[in-house]
Design a protein around this ligand. Structure first.
Ligand code: SF4
Ligand code: SF4
Length: 97
């Protein structure tokens, strides 16, 4: 029978969201936490890279056409890129939409 929660010590907890092996951070697919995702209007993007600079998760990548977009495997949907984009071409859209 499993122990009641109040009897479990911190040493028995499973390690979560901790990088235990060098180079393993890529295995954390943090995009599964997201409730909203950034959608870039490619036609309005001036390719300045400000979104890339501000993204705290290094989730912004440069697309082949030169504009920037979110890598949804890692983007947590914080909305910072949308807030900082100088031309306002990033819209946060609910994941259900
Ligand atoms: S929403 Fe947040 S995590 Fe996702 S690309 Fe924009 S700044 Fe990065
Ligand atoms: S900040 Fe906005 S205009 Fe600049 S690269 Fe990102 S999406 Fe494009």
């Amino acid at each position: 029978m499993a122990k009641p929660m109040e009897q479990i010590t911190w040493q028995e907890l499973e390690i979560g969201a901790v990088v235990t092996e060098v180079g393993s951070a890529r295995q954390y697919h943090t995009g599964s936490w997201r409730s909203e995702r950034p959608v870039v209007n490619k036609d309005q993007c001036i390719k300045c890279g400000v979104c890339w600079l501000f993204c705290p998760d290094i989730s912004i990548v440069r697309a082949a056409e030169g504009h920037f977009e979110a890598d949804l495997t890692y983007c947590k949907g914080c909305g910072i890129c949308a807030k900082e984009c100088p031309v306002g071409c990033i819209t946060m859209v609910g994941e259900e939409e």
